[in-house]
Design a binder for this molecule. Structure first.
Ligand SMILES: *Cc1c(COP(=O)(O)O)cnc(C)c1O
Length: 396
């Protein structure tokens, strides 16, 4: 461990406060460190490894494709990319997909598409995007400008122009912020990094109606909550509506870097040759793996499992809330759940890690659980036992 830790500290930009563990192997919901110690992973590489670590059926696809064709650029057609786009559009509201390599890039594409769509119809000047306080959309200059958290802005000003932040879960707040310059409203269906914040039912539908009235595009950032995380393939499905544009990344490649921006035909048509580009987006290698991920997660039995174990985990977290006074609230849906404490929670993450369970803290006071979606009830029981100990020590 010392070796990797020292080399990373010396040679890698210190943009992360890393925990002192070096992982060398993973399988399902288990990870092993370089001393052979086993951990239960309830973070999944930040909601990425939804099928768990190294599932054999993905490894097989990955190896076969690596031996067939890895990359040729988007100057040509490739079969895995074509199949993945066909499947993503068949399974969603969208007609067209732009592939890229990360969540930030998918959101960049969405912001550019919204500006271009509006420019084509209304001319210059209508480029403002309303986003939410406590949102998270990425770390590139445009997506950090879109992010409603001053701590990610600090030191990087001047920001990209045209973003306005309003309270999450308030349609009147959005309405009050709309001007003749607004081209889009961008929102996470559940705020993830912001502390697992759930809007009231009807909020997203009402936003859609408001946007429709004024020909403003509604963009859903499903980078974290898409791909089965909430118990449906996409989070919007549970609200009986669809956005105009949606972004995906994290779990789409189960750990291979891939992002996607999806839109309906009339909106997607604003992009023409030369509008936008990326060298790597949707390579045969990542697309073949993402296709397998999508086929697996979209299976109704798989989604049933997510809802069922998600309900089980939520129930067991509620038990912890009733037993430990420092727990204020349990929030979330499916397998994105948060335990909001009355105090900062980072040191509890470290205590869980010492006991062999990987969890994460977001927004200061919220323990966030985004395990692989293949997690079992027995594994959830192990998580709960450790949390029970750690929370017990905290209140003692
Ligand atoms: C992680 C995340 C992003 C950024 O994705 P990267 O792949 O890190 O660029 C954007 N939006 C949401 C909701 C996220 O959770």
């Amino acid at each position: 461990m010392e070796e990797a830790l020292a080399a990373c500290q010396q040679h890698i930009c210190t943009t992360y406060a890393r925990l002192p563990v070096t992982f060398v192997r993973g399988r399902g919901c288990r990870l092993w460190d370089d001393e052979g110690r086993e951990y239960l992973d309830c973070l999944a590489g930040i909601a990425v490894c939804n099928l768990g670590h190294c599932p054999p059926e993905l490894t097989k696809v990955l190896c076969e494709q690596a031996d067939t064709l890895v990359h040729v650029s988007n100057l040509f057609y490739t079969q895995p990319q074509a199949r993945l786009a066909a499947e993503l559009t068949r399974l969603s509201f969208a007609d067209k997909v732009f592939f890229c390599n990360s969540g930030a890039e998918a959101n960049e594409a969405a912001i550019k598409l919204a500006r271009k769509y509006s420019w084509d119809r209304y001319g210059p000047g209508r480029f403002h995007v309303v986003t939410m306080k406590e949102s998270f959309h990425g770390r590139t200059l445009a997506t950090l400008s879109a992010t409603g958290q001053t701590k990610v802005h600090k030191g990087f000003e001047p920001l990209v122009e045209g973003f306005t932040f309003v309270d999450f879960d308030s349609v009147p707040a959005v309405e009050a912020a709309l001007t003749e310059h607004t081209c889009a409203v961008m929102v996470e269906p559940i705020q993830a990094e912001g502390g697992v914040n759930m809007p009231a039912s009807g909020y997203l539908r009402d936003l859609k109606a408001l946007c429709r009235e004024r020909d403003i595009l509604l963009i859903f950032d499903e980078v974290q909550v898409g791909m089965g995380r909430t118990g449906s393939l996409f989070a919007y499905e549970q609200e009986d509506m669809a956005p105009d544009v949606m972004t995906l990344a994290k779990a789409l490649g189960n750990g291979l870097p891939v992002g996607a921006m999806l839109a309906g035909q009339g909106v997607a048509d604003a992009f023409v040759p030369g509008s936008h580009a990326t060298t790597f987006g949707g390579t045969p290698l990542v697309a073949s793996v993402a296709l397998k991920v999508l086929e697996t997660i979209s299976n109704p039995d798989f989604l049933d499992h997510v809802r069922s174990v998600g309900g089980y985990l939520a129930g067991r977290l509620e038990e912890l809330r009733s037993r430990h006074g420092l727990v204020r609230e349990v929030r979330g849906r499916g397998l994105i759940l948060g335990l909001d404490l009355d105090r900062p929670a980072q040191h509890l993450v470290e205590k869980c890690l010492e006991r062999g369970v990987v969890v994460n803290c977001t927004h200061e006071t919220v323990l966030r659980f985004v395990p692989p979606l293949v997690i079992s009830r027995e594994e959830i029981d192990r998580l709960i036992a450790v949390l029970d100990q750690v929370l017990g020590e905290e209140s003692a």
